[in-house]
Design a protein around this ligand. Sequence first.
Ligand code: BG6
Length: 513
Amino acid sequence: MTVAFDQHPTNPLRQSDDTRLPRIAGPSGMVIFGVTGDLARKKLLPAVYDLANRGLLPAGFTLVGYGRREWDKTDFEDYVRNAVEAFSRTRFDDNVWQRLAEGMHFVRGNFDDDEAFDRLGEMLRTFDNTRGTGGNWAYYLSIPPQFFSSVVHQLDRCGLAAPTEGQWRRVIIEKPFGHDEESAHKLNEIVGEVFPERSVFRIDHYLGKETVQNILALRFANQMFEPIWNANYIDHVQITMAEDIGLGGRAGYYDGIGAARDVIQNHLIQLVALVAMEEPASFSPRQLKAEKLKVLRATSAVGPFDETTARGQYTAGWQGSERVVGLRDEEGFDPSSTTETFAACTLSINSRRWAGVPFFLRTGKRLGRRVTEIAVVLKRPPYQPFLPGQTESLTNNAVVLRIQPDEGVLMRFGSKVPGSALEVRDVNMNFSYSEAFTEQSPEAYERLILDALLDEQSLFPTNDEVERSWQILDPILKHWESSGRPEDYAAGTWGPPSADEMMSRSGRVWRRP
Ligand code: BG6
């Protein structure tokens, strides 16, 4: 985030750094556990290449893959190159690739394999001398949480977790971070046995998105929004994260997790925190965390859940012009599973600012189109000096923060329709990133990997935030466990009927983005 940071204990110059300039990571390397997984192939490896291509990695940056495949250095290089060519954001440059590939290595082993971890340890110590990584290592755990314990303890056993003076060791952790509050707490304890909290970077890739960071800029750098950002003027907030894709090859990961655990617990609740939090004293990680946590502590799920939540599973349907299969026919998905692919819920925030303002959250796969947006819907004016027919087409004013794909901000308000009659109708005023700026936004993972290497913690949720998010969601999940099968919705629609019903019960409607 381009903001002023607190004085940093290891780098007293940081506060006076020009924060508009991109910072380059110091001597370091990264080990990726789970490097053969989908996320590493589609996001992490391309992001590392893009960072290298943009000159943001140090000269001797070293990338070590750890996994079970019988690969040598060349096999690993080929694998990374394919991933980079298929998914990188920046153009392929052979010189950049050659430099990066020199520092790529693979270690074969299981997550509890003493001998393999010993080899890893030797390798990293050698690189510290030969490639100048300086004993500074980030360990990226892109693995199922049941392996966290083995890996962090192995790193500890091999002396790879504790840095000596002047070096650093950090662990970057992918979700799912638990499946409820209790399991998240246990995972935090396990990781905390080996790595101090300040060395733990939990990934929520939504926080790496430019438009998500813009929520704070919009709210706190302007004068026009904050005065109306409260229960006096706001009727409700609705957050939509809709995807048009289905499970694809991810049935194994998704079955048993579902939409609420997959994205509401993390991405959407983080969006709630950013939209609703009070202004922090500064944008230092500590102050940001304090404000986010405060608002999350005041946030809870509203019941009765039969009326205030909705969940569904997609059935066969049309996605644009393509006929797509239903969830139960997706490869690897257990047809009797009750895992939801659509989830919606209602939250409330007990604070002077937000009392009585519901926050509606919905997410789903195979919905009408891919869109993530936050609509802050205002109350109607207390009095309107028009005849009823003159404002028939006027709805509530709204500020819509469009997170993706068409990034920007939209304001909806009423305007007189040209002509001799008096008629007021909704119009939209649109700010679009792509029209307003020539600069390209970095991909979320680029941002987050670089921030972890730079020890910049603002965009990583803390242990307390993660556990609190589960606390908010757990009562709903518990209720769903005993409520049988989710409703069906046809692919290409906007979710099950219960999603509309929960809104109409409260006298509102979902936006059709
Ligand atoms: C991930 C979820 O966190 O976010 C996926 O696990 C989802 O199920 C993805 O598809 C969506 O990310 P984005 O950046 O495309 O909105």
